[in-house]
Design a binder for this molecule. Structure first.
Ligand code: HEM
Length: 574
């Protein structure tokens, strides 16, 4: 059984240890009871008793340590239900059903930019304070790790990969991978065939379609092409039917595996108990491994046949990888990790690019005008073209600011840490072995950093050096510090290429179809349960929902930031 390595410690911690401790330290010495008298009541009361005792003691310890360091306690949320169970319920919903940020905006208003939800007696810090984000991601980097708990929950999916490691092992992965991500290994040429095929597959006759789902597939194809040189849209003649099935199911398998890990993180220590009779990762991992197996075989065979790697050849990420390591499992782990890093984030950003173009026709017009001037209607999207598309780049930055694909990030302390504050008040104490959620999405919509118009979509704020230092530092969509995104150049090239080719298509459709060359949002194509509730858009609610009434689609934090039920659009007149 998968997870059995974690099952015994989990069982011991949750089912055996509490009654044992209560029996040994309370029943025997204080109450002088023998085991034969009260085994069952002892067993039952031991859980809440020990739990309350443990949380109370940990609270006292934290407060004492904070005082001795001249720090204050991080403000604790006071929920309506015992042990803040109502906060836990709201939190679980905010990830999937509710509009992202609403709950956190309300809590922030009450407790400040850094607070402790302390659900079920366990500290859990949430912060959108730029000073704290900088401290966690840069200044005290070595102390804020992904942590063993995350590693255990994700191991069967991510193995020993860059996303799943800390310390020296992470440094090894980072050093191994960094050279492959150099901008010289990325060009628009890699993406044009896929984007062209994508654009010719979307209906231009006015019929509504869900572009979010299609962009997920496009991102998968672009990532696989860059990593392995494999064209997902074609099937080689002699392909094994099992491999064809794995290729078809790869996107779903990746999503399923991510959801399993997400669920384990939410359940906490006792997650193996929920997987005792069935391993939910078995099926998705079989699909993912079946897909990569012959691709790795072919790369190893290419390595065997050549003497040295010729940098002038058409070399892929996988070729460079097998060239530096003979460890097959390591190669597979790296491919899975990079696919995880690239596919959903890219799909999310492309989706919100289309959404923002459709929501702001005046801004869409400027993007298209710039493409006409810089890239023209034909010709390659060269590095020079991409460099000169300054407004498009500002547009992408604004999309990433308001709709960061990774809206929340999480780290865990190894040792206690003192969290700084932007307003100059005394530092806040954060105990060891405690998680902190970095609320990128809130920090990038924060009025005190981005001004009163923080919620307004305005690419111009990125142009002509207008950005202040605090705004520059407050933009963390790519993460900041040593663990910053490695795929930035890949992602920006892919997105710029997409914008150029989409703008050209819009111009062509305009020409051919009496000005019907704009992508428009189609609200009634979505099922009623996925439509944004009326009250959220009619007036600015100022509670974090719908960006103060500005959004027209329901934005949710799924695996990444996404639009609930898909982004339904059609070609029409602007
Ligand atoms: C718009 C698209 C993207 C955004 C917004 C984005 C954002 C991020 C963020 C926030 C992290 C930090 C995650 C963490 O701390 O757990 C990250 C890490 C990473 N990203 Fe991206 N990413 C994007 C696209 C890509 C692409 C296309 C690739 C690969 C081709 C990629 C490769 C990586 C890798 C390898 C890491 C791990 C870095 C490390 O842990 O040292 N990303 N990215």
């Amino acid at each position: 059984m998968k997870g059995s390595r974690f099952l015994l410690p989990a069982l011991f911690k949750t089912i055996v240890l509490p009654p044992l401790l209560v029996y040994l330290f309370l029943c025997l010495p204080i109450l002088n009871l023998t085991s034969s008298l009260v085994p069952i009541p002892t067993y039952i009361i031991s859980f809440p008793l020990l739990f309350i005792l443990r949380s109370y003691l940990s609270l006292l310890r934290s407060q004492r340590h904070a005082r001795s360091l001249g720090a204050i306690d991080t403000p604790r949320v006071k929920g309506r239900w015992p042990l803040n169970l109502d906060v836990l319920r709201d939190w679980a919903r905010s990830g999937s059903e509710e509009e992202v940020g609403r709950m956190m905006v309300l809590l922030e208003r009450k407790y400040g930019k850094t607070y402790n939800t302390r659900v079920l007696g366990e500290d859990q810090i949430i912060s959108s304070d730029p000073a704290v984000l900088k401290h966690v991601l840069i200044s005290d980097f070595d102390n804020f790790v992904k942590g063993q708990k995350f590693k255990d929950r994700a191991e069967a999916f991510l193995g020993d990969g860059i996303f799943n490691s800390d310390g020296e092992r992470w440094k090894f992965h980072r050093a191994l991978l960094r050279p492959f991500f150099h901008p010289t290994h990325v060009s628009a040429e890699l993406f044009t065939t896929h984007v062209d095929a994508f654009l010719s597959s979307i209906p231009i006759s006015g019929e509504a379609f869900d572009i979010q789902a299609r962009l997920g597939q496009l991102s998968l194809e672009m990532a696989v092409m860059w990593m392995c040189g494999e064209d997902m849209s074609s099937v080689p003649m002699d392909s094994d039917p099992k491999w064809i099935a794995a290729k078809e199911g790869l996107g779903k398998a990746m999503t399923d595996a991510q959801r399993v890990v997400g669920r384990r993180v939410k359940i906490g220590t006792i997650w193996p108990l929920f997987e005792m009779f069935q391993d939910p990762l078995k099926e998705p991992m079989t699909t993912i491994r079946t897909f990569f197996e012959p691709i790795i075989d072919r790369a190893i065979e290419r390595k065997r046949q050549r003497q040295i790697l010729d940098e002038n050849e058409d070399i892929r990420f996988i070729d460079r990888l097998v060239d530096v390591t003979d460890d097959r499992k390591l190669v597979e782990d790296q491919l899975i990790n990079i696919l995880l890093a690239s596919r959903d984030t890219l799909a999310s950003c492309l989706t919100f690019c289309v959404y923002s173009l459709a929501l702001h026709p005046d801004i869409a017009k400027r993007v298209r005008e710039e493409v006409r001037q810089v890239a023209g209607q034909e010709g390659a999207v060269t590095k020079d073209v991409i460099r000169d598309l300054r407004y498009s780049r500002a547009f992408i930055n604004e999309v990433l600011r308001l709709f960061p694909p990774v809206p929340l990030n999480i780290r865990r302390t190894l040792r206690p840490s003192l969290l700084p504050t932007s307003d100059g008040s005394p530092p806040m104490y954060m105990p060891a072995n405690t998680s902190i959620i970095i609320a990128t999405v809130l920090s990038q919509r924060d009025h005190s950093v981005w001004g009163e118009d923080a919620g307004v979509f305005d690419p111009d704020r990125w142009l002509d050096g207008k950005l202040s230092q605090s705004e520059r530092e407050g933009f963390i969509s790519w993460n900041i510090g040593p663990r910053m995104c490695l795929g930035q150049s890949f992602a920006l090239t892919a997105i710029q290429t997409f914008l150029v080719l989409l703008s050209r298509q819009m111009d062509r459709v305009d020409h051919a179809g009496e000005g019907k060359g704009s992508l428009k949002l189609v609200f009634d194509a979505q099922s009623t349960k996925n439509r944004i509730p009326d009250g959220w858009t009619e007036h600015a609610t100022h509670d974090g929902r719908a960006r103060g009434g500005r959004d027209r689609m329901w934005v949710v934090a799924d695996v990444v930031l996404a639009i609930k039920g898909g982004l339904w659009v059609h070609y029409g007149s602007s």
